[in-house]
Design a protein around this ligand. Structure first.
Ligand SMILES: [Zn+2]
Ligand SMILES: [Zn+2]
Length: 368
């Protein structure tokens, strides 16, 4: 049976999202419908909202969320109604070789932007019947439909509001250090950009035993949060020369830099602070068309490297439960990440605060 929801819908870039009545269809074969509990407010959605990333419309945003399975489609074997889940924003097939290998970011199935895997929508405007597009898992919808493989079952004693953050920023940041960079105890890690993702890269470095952990940002508030999450040194890029200050701390350069902000200037710094054999991991997404200029000799001479990391190079089915265990053991801080709480009809306000560079993460919780 279709469910009627009130949901913010992106209808034009740089414009507030109106609350629109939308019908949510039943899950089809291999899909589940989830009653959302909470959704984080992510920079990638802000890029759609502010027009810096071209986005088809009308669209329901949201790529970081948690909830409770409400119903399941035919053939679903791993989930039942009532299961608590974190939504993975990778709508992957779960069956191709990379998916089987635990690398869903490399899934071979075409992942149509704005739709589920069969290239159709489960949302339609309740008045006009017009399809409404999915931004990945569309976690701003009070009820959403995702493939079974994108709803990861978690323990029921994990608070669902905190769990939501694991769906994007925590996993992306943490995994960039532990999976993509593969930082080892005692290695130096510099995190350029300490927003929601960067703070979790700092946490990943702390849990990995990295030292020093250098946090770089243009906001003192973000840097103070980074210190709380484990940064040993802070550099304010709006006042100080990032490369010179980093080289004072690590005269031979750092082992790993993490570019956790979509700024090519930050990425330039991230490369220039690399030591011998050091690698920069790119996490942040710059606006469409941005170009990074690199001196190939600098890369070649000391075997430096640059790589991308999508979703913390993680396998959400393994990573999400592991991060929950770390949280419940007191080794991962999710509580301090949330700096703003919103209702779903306040999502425009949440974006505006995120755009101003507010420290930490905004969290939308749904009426239950
Ligand atoms: Zn995200
Ligand atoms: Zn796949």
């Amino acid at each position: 049976m279709d469910l009627l929801i009130d949901v913010p819908v992106l209808v034009a870039a740089k414009q507030k999202m109106p609350m629109i009545k939308v019908l949510v269809e039943d899950p089809r074969a291999g899909e589940v419908r989830v009653k959302m509990f909470a959704s984080g407010v992510c920079h990638s959605c802000l890029h759609a909202y502010d027009g810096s990333h071209a986005t088809p419309m009308p669209m329901i945003l949201g790529d970081e969320g948690s909830g409770i399975v409400e119903s399941v489609g035919s053939g679903v074997t791993t989930l039942v109604p009532g299961d608590h889940v974190i939504i993975s924003w990778l709508l992957n097939c779960g069956t191709c070789p990379p998916c089987r290998d635990g690398k869903p970011a490399h899934c071979w199935a075409p992942s149509p932007f704005g739709a589920l895997l069969d290239n159709t929508q489960r949302f339609k405007n309740a008045e006009t019947g017009e399809p409404v597009l999915h931004y990945g898992p569309a976690t701003y919808a009070p009820y959403t439909v995702v493939p079974e493989s994108s709803a990861i079952k978690i323990r029921k004693d994990m608070p669902l509001d905190k769990a939501a953050l694991i769906g994007c920023s925590v996993t992306t940041g943490f995994g960039s250090v532990t999976n993509a960079a593969g930082a080892r105890p005692g290695e130096s890690v510099a995190i350029v950009g300490c927003g929601g993702v960067g703070l979790n890269a700092v946490q990943g470095a702390r849990v990995a035993g990295a030292n020093p952990i250098i946090a770089i940002d243009t906001s003192d508030a973000a840097l103070q949060m980074a210190k709380k999450f484990g940064a040993t040194h802070l550099i304010n890029a709006s006042r100080d020369d990032v490369v010179a200050e980093t080289l004072k701390i690590c005269p031979r350069g750092v082992n790993h830099s993490i570019a956790a902000v979509g700024s090519t200037k930050a990425m330039q710094n991230g490369v220039e602070i690399l030591g011998s054999g050091g690698t920069m991991v790119i996490l942040g997404a710059p606006p469409n068309g941005a170009v990074l200029e690199i001196d190939p000799i600098f890369i070649l001479g000391k075997e430096r490297g640059i790589r991308g990391s999508k979703y913390g190079s993680s396998n959400p089915h393994v990573e999400f439960p592991m991060l929950i265990e770390l949280y419940l053991a007191g080794k991962l801080d999710l509580d301090s990440l949330v700096t703003g709480n919103y209702r779903i009809d306040q999502s425009n306000e949440a974006f505006e605060i995120l755009a101003q560079g507010g420290a930490g993460r905004g969290l939308i919780t749904f009426e239950q």
